[in-house]
Write a protein that binds this ligand. Sequence first.
Ligand SMILES: C[S@@+](CC[C@H](N)C(=O)[O-])C[C@H]1O[C@@H](n2cnc3c(N)ncnc32)[C@H](O)[C@@H]1O
Length: 163
Amino acid sequence: MSRLDSFLRRIIAQRDCLNSAVEVISGIKGPVIELGLGNGRTYDHLREILPEREIFVFDRRIAAHPDCVPDAAHMILGDIRETLPNARERVPALAALAHCDIGTGDAAANAEIAAFVGRHLVALLAPGAAIVSDQAMARPEWEPLALPAGVRPGRYHMWRVRP
Ligand SMILES: C[S@@+](CC[C@H](N)C(=O)[O-])C[C@H]1O[C@@H](n2cnc3c(N)ncnc32)[C@H](O)[C@@H]1O
């Protein structure tokens, strides 16, 4: 598969998983946590598909399209290793959805940050909340969710916090 095809499949999987999470969290109150603003594509998609939810975005820098930058109250700047453990100071309620998109080409670094993120997300999510992630980060508190049709297992990941 060409790198272009691989990229397209990853982006389509990301979009389809986020769309499918909307139904999963329909009965769960709470904001959305977005880990990795990047150029703001998934932030923009989340605010389109979940217009009634507050979205709190974490990144170490702002490098997004100017139309896709959260306001200061919803943009938590800094290394996630420092900001996530204190996130309840900024995120006022347990979240209904977390989307994690902070992977790089370094598999060992990805595994390390995914384990860290998983440990800290546990305290930030409501019962029944959905987790959508580019990295595998299974937790005993979470159960795997079926991926949308067409998304190959391992390309993207979804769990739900056990009620
Ligand atoms: C792949 S991009 C996110 C793309 C974004 N979801 C989009 O759709 O445009 C990954 C982002 O994660 C951020 N990131 C990676 N590791 C981080 C860390 N330890 N702390 C804070 N931000 C981090 C990077 O700065 C980068 O902006």
